[in-house]
Design a protein around this ligand. Sequence first.
Ligand code: ATP
Ligand code: MG
Length: 632
Amino acid sequence: MMPNMGNKDQGFTANNYSHLPGEDELGESLRWLIRLRWIALACIFPAIWAGGFLFRLTLPQRDLYLVGLGILLYNISFFIHHNRISQLPPGDAARRWTRFAGQQIYVDWFGLTVFIHLTGGIESPVLIYFLFHAVIASLVLPSRAAYLRPTIAFFMVGSIALLEYLLILKHVNLRGFAGEENFRNPTYILGTLFFFASALYVITYLSTSIMMKLRKRTRSLITVQEELRESAQRIETLYALTKNITSTLDLGEVMELITKNTAQLMRVKGCSVRLLDKDGERLELRGAYGLSREYLDKGEVLVGRSLLDAKEGQTVAIFDVATDPRMQYPAEAREEKIFSMLGVPLMMKDAVIGVLRIHTNRLHEFTPAEKRFFSAIAGCVSIAVTNALAYQRVVELDEARSKLMLTVSHELRAPVSAIQGMLKLLLEGYLGELSEKQREIIGRAHARTESFITMINDLLDLGSNYLDRTGKDPETDTSLAECLRKVVDLFMAKAGEKKILIFTNLTEGRYTIKEQEGDMEKLFTNLVSNALKYTPPGGKITISTSEGEEYLRIVITDTGIGIPADDLPHIFEEFYRALNARKSGREGTGLGLPVVKNIVERYAGRIDVDSRLDEGTKITVDFPWRKVTKSG
Ligand code: ATP
Ligand code: MG
């Protein structure tokens, strides 16, 4: 049986008590027997009456009624006793049922024997009713006990025949029904007893063999049912585990979830995950549950001396950690009250990447089914670990890229600024008069360095956003409407030059956001500058704020050149510029929108772009109410 699966409360303890199918049914069979007795009683009383009055048989009516009454009384007491046993816990009840079944059958057989004596002894027609009792005994009792009953019946009936023959017991003569002196005829007695006994044994044999077959079949059905239930539970466990461990990509969290879930779902003492180090020599602890810090810090776990057969990738089961030579730290394990252990390799493609260990707090022999099940768990764990490792690598790469971006732009800014300064000196004539041509060329070079410096600043912004600023608490309360107005004012002169109208529909001063100073200004500057840059003269820009159920919405619409559908999915990528923007001769680096996106995400917001080529662009920014405070 799988540990913990069959019995919810026991974990890795052996489940000693199990119902035999017969015991399970015994209570039910005995209830049926009591019911049969009510029916028999309903027939007995009219039969006694009919025997005496209808058939005029010389029967000891009073004694027979007394026997009937006796059966009635003991059936009532059986009925009460049966109800009492039914209330007991299953283990206790099972033992009582067996005893109760024996008692009932003895009492019945004794009653029937008395009845037979009162209806003619060896000549009684009721003798044949023992066959019913033999069948009932075979149905209710274990097979060996069933064979004992016919033997007892044979002796009881034989004794009555003998006692009546010897005239020690008074014989009831069924005058008009049986031969008057048969009870004194040894041949008749022996013949009847022989056929009586053989019929009893044959019927017992037939019915017990049918019952044995039935019981065997029931038992195998129960086994199949149990196996099915265990499989279903195993699948459920695996499902729960997979669902939990794929809920995050953070390696630390994944490890915590794996070890905790495995230990709790499988109800074992503890669980740990170790991954191979770069050299493949040591197993480094990555997560554990249910084990003490001292035990986990016991020392280096070497691949050569650990549970894991790294080269083979085999599951290793250790029955007793204290004596098994494969244990690297047997004394420490014993002190931690670990008794048995299972090490299942974690595989990535065909290579071993680590080991999942299961620790039990009692001696436990892991069955092949358990090993298979833990291997399946290890399969899920491997996938989760692989994903988390890959994600961690992506995060590290992203960080490295941002660092490179910061370093390069930082190193570039100083020399470019120096060049710009020198060009300015030249332009302003400090180094002598310039010709018209020279002034024009140096002027263009100066303008180029200007946009170069803007790009470097954008790169620095992006790099620092990716690295340093994330995680820092925003501390400045900024009014979104005021910020937007400030940005619009900045662009008013340029808009005037291009004959572009800017309309604003802002809900003044009502919304504030806690920000890192400058974030919102940078965000809106980028969006408004794009709208202005990509809108031809005579166009229109509208800026508005509105309240949604969950978000505060800021919308910036223009009637500009629009973004081709093919470019739309890429415009938030660094350095990406749409084809029409590039062709239009408008200057740009393609770093504005990545900065915008980064800021929006840091404030848990979202950004959406809706654009039609040559018609215009609509940018929607939503900030959730938990980030924006509404006042007034
Ligand atoms: P930078 O902002 O770095 O000076 P840029 O404006 O080209 O350069 P982004 O702001 O990142 O770069 O925008 C990326 C691209 O998205 C632009 O090159 C342009 O193709 C497209 N785009 C952005 N806003 C608009 C807009 N309002 N109308 C049309 N196209 C736009
Ligand atoms: Mg831009």
